[in-house]
Write a protein that binds this ligand. Structure first.
Ligand SMILES: [Zn+2]
Length: 229
């Protein structure tokens, strides 16, 4: 994980699917829980046909809670039903169980006051979640660059707003350039009136020109490679 995860970025976001704005890692805890439910389901459905499965199931029932797969699975299912505010988790197969566990992690990320701001804003009706997270799905960026962007979206960099409101180390959270608005990442990236006059225009022109040039070069078959980011 060296430089792949920014130390200030949200940990739960690591385990959310890339198409949903996360980094797409498989959480060991989730894999373990899904597998326990899978084994319990196997024991519960095959004990009638298979005598050996029946023996295992009988043995299971004599074990204390912590050693019993079936009892552990029931506990996980119960937790899942409560977390998802639904009572039919017992009917789920392994894929649905994994989806529910994934949903719980996403919910946790979304509910965080600071890190959750970004994903909460994405849910607006006019913003396409699919297109917004295309950059994560494509995986064209270096892992370090990706982690910096994720940390930026999570408002975890040392802006004056972060230092004042989250770390409580300063009292003034206003932008150091315009002195008018809160110095948040969103403000620095796209809303500061001082940067609007020149820097945003330069950034836009550079980005558009580079993309247009790459398209032209790609179409002519001269330089097919993209500029590394
Ligand atoms: Zn400003």
């Amino acid at each position: 994980m060296y430089k792949i995860h920014h130390p200030k970025a949200d940990i739960d976001r690591l385990y959310v699917k890339r198409k949903e704005g996360g980094r797409g890692l498989v959480q060991i805890k989730v894999a373990y829980k899904a597998e326990i439910i899978n084994i319990a389901e196997y024991l519960n459905t095959n004990y009638k046909e298979d005598q050996f499965v029946n023996i295992v199931k009988s043995h299971e029932s004599t074990q204390p809670n912590m050693n019993s797969i079936i009892k552990t699975a029931a506990k996980i299912t119960e937790e899942l039903s409560q977390t998802n505010e639904r009572s039919d988790a017992k009917q789920d197969g392994i894929q649905q169980t994994e989806a529910r566990l994934g949903e719980s992690i996403k919910k946790k990320w979304k509910s965080k006051v600071m890190h959750g701001q970004y994903i909460r804003n994405i849910d607006r009706r006019l913003i396409s979640e699919e297109d917004t997270f295309l950059w994560l799905l494509k995986g064209d960026l270096k892992a370090e660059t990706e982690s910096e962007i994720v940390a930026t979206q999570g408002q975890a960099l040392q802006t004056k707003y972060y230092v004042t409101k989250i770390l409580n180390k300063e009292t003034d959270s206003k932008c150091r350039l315009c002195q008018q608005f809160e110095e948040t990442m969103d403000h620095i990236i796209s809303a500061c009136p001082i940067l609007t006059k020149e820097q945003y225009i330069k950034r836009h022109d550079k980005s558009v020109c580079t993309t247009a040039l790459q398209h032209m070069q790609g179409n002519r078959g001269t330089i097919g490679q993209k500029t590394p980011v």
